[in-house]
Design a protein around this ligand. Sequence first.
Ligand SMILES: [Zn+2]
Length: 232
Amino acid sequence: MSQNASTPTAPRCPICAGTVFGPGPKGRTAPNGAMPRCAGCQSLERHRIFRVMFDRLGPASFARWAAIQFSPDPTVDPSWFASHELSVYGEPGGLDIQSIDRPDAAYDMAICSHVLEHVGDDRAALHELLRILRRDGLLYLAFPDPFREDVTRDWGFPKPEKHGHWRVYGADVKERFAKYLPGQPVLAYRGQDPVTGEWEGAFLLPRSDVSRRRVEAALGSSVSLFSGPAGA
Ligand SMILES: [Zn+2]
């Protein structure tokens, strides 16, 4: 193999192309011991896993899209979109995701990563996220891996010792989607971090069959129907 001798197996961040990685929050490493945080863009595993997913969806196709993102992270590049609005809860101009102060069908993409577990009424939030999307819009939804446990544990309040989370989603989030969003296809994406090798999943909720087919064509076998009607 004729790789650079000084960095024989250096992984490269798909967001900033950086090759230097350090410990994550509270000094943690990835479960396999690898260093998770990119020194260049501060990304963690999930940001890179889902950046790769967005790269496969084709950022060029977002050029005329209006996007709204709840809570900042480096997964998407705001410059991909015709417009990109960032809402940070509790900061000036921050929106309440349970009652989003925006008109119906105002956006083509809504980006909601690691927010839903901080929200008291996640049913209202999901309805609101879909309400503000245009007909062919797409909701990107991520929260801590729901497949570590079978059953969602919902405390009914934000638990301080659990990072202020109202609940830990379990695999039964599938029934939650079906109950809260009848008829709405929920596609599960699973991908691998090119830096640490860790795997993680997220969900894509297309508003229309056109949007669903576009996602399925771009992501192939990395995406599967998790909840909702079969056959687009
Ligand atoms: Zn980076």
